[in-house]
Ligand binder design. Structure first.
Ligand SMILES: Cc1ncc(COP(=O)(O)O)c(C=O)c1O
Length: 428
């Protein structure tokens, strides 16, 4: 499909996208004085079904797992169900490839430390200047263990190109750590091509899927990655994180655990107690997506395939609807003469998600966010945890840029309200 056909399909999907029904599911959007949630890259809102699951967990089974009494066994069942749901969300081959924990950063640190302990002659780690610092600094911290670093640099249009990765690979390549979508510029990365290249060189690929999570279909089998990390609070769940890894790789990773904990995934990755109510909430977030996807189904699927198929359908519809949001956001920013960093051509919206960084005239990024806050619109400014990217863009780390980050519950009308405030601001 060419770009024109893709955009036409996106318009058709957007017209059919049940935006009012979607918004009705998120109580926070309708609180008095809630304003507009345009800072979703820092965390999204949760549907009622997630609130219910957390509430119910704390009320009915707020106990430690592994006991022989009913509530404790119910906690074990909740964790097992959530593991299967999250496995379906990412298309894992086995629920035991999913580990639950605090957040994405702590999982990146856990895997990087394990890899750092087993470097050998393959000691080169490739990192990018597009990534969130959580997926850069954690790897750079392996220098004392003998790791060498190679930079896969983005092109001036904010994209990471596989052709630029090729010459960086060699017999020394241990791992490529890269993002699936930039939390600052919104660029999508061709992670499958990157995985093919890295594997051909005998290395592994670690994907930071935190920013991509709410926007598209996560598919560890299609990505052909080796590790992938996500944060639940970016995918309409509560604050928690999860890691996926190929079972055989997780089984080999040296991790800290008490001696009596089995040296097998997921137990060996989940030392200590994680937040069970938030895992229950994450399970419910997957159910929300599945229910949304089911509303687009034209044919019934088998029960085993149903959850994955429903989630996939939801994410495809979300991706298409969000392209329309990207087009409108770029249009509004162009009308306000904003300088957009990264892909700004609306013909290329298939290469991005609706996360856009920009600066306007000589206005300080902080003054733009403060003016938006006064108008009831929550956006963000600063380095966005990407200080290296800011330097690359010629921006000062302390002031950085302005970011608007939308998800599927945002609307064209909201973007226009934001555009009116921005336009007034540029006329002052
Ligand atoms: C792309 C990306 N990677 C990693 C992180 C860190 O995630 P966490 O807060 O779950 O550690 C974030 C958080 O904003 C992010 O956007």
């Amino acid at each position: 499909m060419n770009t024109m056909q893709q955009n036409k399909q996106a318009v058709a999907t957007a017209i059919n996208f049940p935006i009012e029904r979607v918004r009705a599911e998120f109580p926070a959007l309708h609180r008095t004085g809630a304003g507009l949630f345009f800072d979703n890259a820092a965390g999204g809102q949760v549907p009622q079904i997630v609130l219910n699951a957390i509430n119910e967990h704390l009320l009915e089974r707020n106990v430690q797992r592994g006991g022989r009494y009913a509530q404790s066994m119910a906690v074990d069942a909740t964790i097992a169900r959530a593991r299967a749901s999250v496995a379906a969300l990412v298309n894992a081959r086995d629920p035991n490839e999913i580990a639950f924990g605090m957040n994405a950063t702590s999982f990146i640190r856990l895997v990087s430390m394990a890899i750092g302990q087993s470097l050998g002659p393959r000691n080169e780690i490739i990192v990018t200047d597009l990534d969130h610092e959580a997926n850069v600094a954690t790897w750079l911290a392996l220098a004392p263990l003998g790791a060498k670093f190679i930079w896969w640099k983005m092109r001036d249009d904010g994209t990471l190109h596989p052709d630029d990765l090729k010459p960086l690979l060699s017999e020394q390549t241990r791992l490529l750590a890269c993002t699936v979508a930039s939390n600052a510029l919104g660029t999508l990365v061709d992670v499958r091509s990157a995985a093919d290249l890295v594997h051909a060189a005998g290395g592994e690929i670690f994907l930071d899927c935190v920013h991509f999570g709410p926007h598209g279909r996560i598919d560890v089998q299609a990505f052909d990655c080796d590790y992938l990390v996500c944060s639940g609070y970016k995918i309409f769940g509560p604050h928690m994180g999860f890691l996926w890894g190929r079972y055989e790789l997780l089984a080999r990773l040296p991790t800290f655990r008490e001696d009596f904990i089995p040296d097998e995934p997921p137990a060996k990755i989940e030392a200590g107690t994680f937040i069970y109510e938030n895992v229950a909430g994450m399970d419910a977030a997957v159910s929300y997506l599945a229910r949304l996807g089911r509303s687009f189904a034209t044919t019934a699927t088998s029960k085993e395939a149903a959850l994955r198929d429903d989630v996939s359908r939801a994410m495809s519809a979300i991706l298409s609807y969000e392209r329309i949001l990207s087009v409108e956001l770029l249009r509004v920013l162009s009308e306000c003469n904003a300088r957009v960093f990264g892909i700004s051509d609306s013909a290329r919206v298939a290469e991005r998600v609706p996360t856009v960084c920009f600066n306007v005239g000589n206005l300080a990024p902080s003054s733009v966010s403060m003016a938006m806050a006064r108008a009831g619109i929550g956006i963000r400014d600063g380095h966005l945890y990407c200080p290296r990217l800011m330097r690359r863009l010629g921006l000062a780390q302390d002031s950085g840029t302005v970011r608007v980050s939308l998800v599927h519950y945002n609307t064209i009308a909201e973007i226009q309200r934001f555009g009116n405030v921005l336009s007034d601001l540029t006329k002052l």
